[in-house]
Design a protein around this ligand. Sequence first.
Ligand SMILES: Cc1cc2nc3c(=O)[nH]c(=O)nc-3n(C[C@H](O)[C@H](O)[C@H](O)COP(=O)(O)OP(=O)(O)OC[C@H]3O[C@@H](n4cnc5c(N)ncnc54)[C@H](O)[C@@H]3O)c2cc1C
Length: 265
Amino acid sequence: MNIVVCVKYVPDATADRRFESDNTVDRVGVDGLLSELDEYAVEQALQIKEKAGDETTVTVLTVGPEKAVDAVRKALQMGADQGVHVVDEAIAGSDAVATSLVLAKAVEKAGAESPVDLVVCGMASTDGAMSVVPAMLAERLDLPQVTFASVIETQGDQVRIKRDGDTATEVIGGTMPLVLSVTDQTGEARYPSFKGIMAAKKKPLQTWSLAELGVEADQVGLSVAWSVVEETSARPPRTAGEIVTDEDGSGAKALTEFLAAKKFI
Ligand SMILES: Cc1cc2nc3c(=O)[nH]c(=O)nc-3n(C[C@H](O)[C@H](O)[C@H](O)COP(=O)(O)OP(=O)(O)OC[C@H]3O[C@@H](n4cnc5c(N)ncnc54)[C@H](O)[C@@H]3O)c2cc1C
């Protein structure tokens, strides 16, 4: 089986995050990492491989700036077999439409010798969080999609997932090849072991440009994005809270009045 996992390199949410002067996210001058939600996708791909046997290859694929290769490396350390990093200056500022185009062309190239059976994605990136790339990818690859899986079962080329909605849980089945996206309910992602970290250094990691994928520079980037961020402003600093003291027994009344004024009670 040939599995491709799409992983995104995102700014670290716990570190300082900034915008560029064109209002795109600064992905170069900040600390970044493999999107936490994509760790679940890597984990599920590895579990599917473990069940299917050694004939299965897990390729991790990222589209992003130079530093995005760190996301691929982390997935290799977790146990993926090989990595692909699509990097090209023209990609900067791409929207989900353009990102899905580049990913689709890369999946096609990854499957040139042995067709891809399964494309695994996270449920959303932790920066853009649009949750649209997997569906766009399926459309571009002309594949069925089973998305937002909380439980995944595979048997041969059959895939069954549970998809939790607000009012019901659906069980959806599909036949490979297909695109699968997984949620954070699928189970903890494994940590890279020391052995995994050492082994990852020797795993194949390819870098592809847009030209190698047959994508023109004017098909991607901010200039052809369907939407633009016109303005950004920093969140106002948190103000100090109101402290209710209870030196003379009036604290409960003051607290109740405060909550009532804010319509909390
Ligand atoms: C602050 C901000 C500003 C933005 N500005 C603009 C703008 O000006 N114009 C515009 O059109 N768009 C803009 N975007 C959208 C942004 O470019 C998209 O968010 C992005 O291209 C893909 O969408 P997503 O990250 O929401 O992916 P989602 O659809 O949430 O991702 C789902 C899954 O797809 C896969 N995936 C997504 N991206 C990649 C990748 N690069 N490599 C590998 N796998 C991937 C992962 O498996 C991921 O879990 C902005 C987003 C933000 C947060």
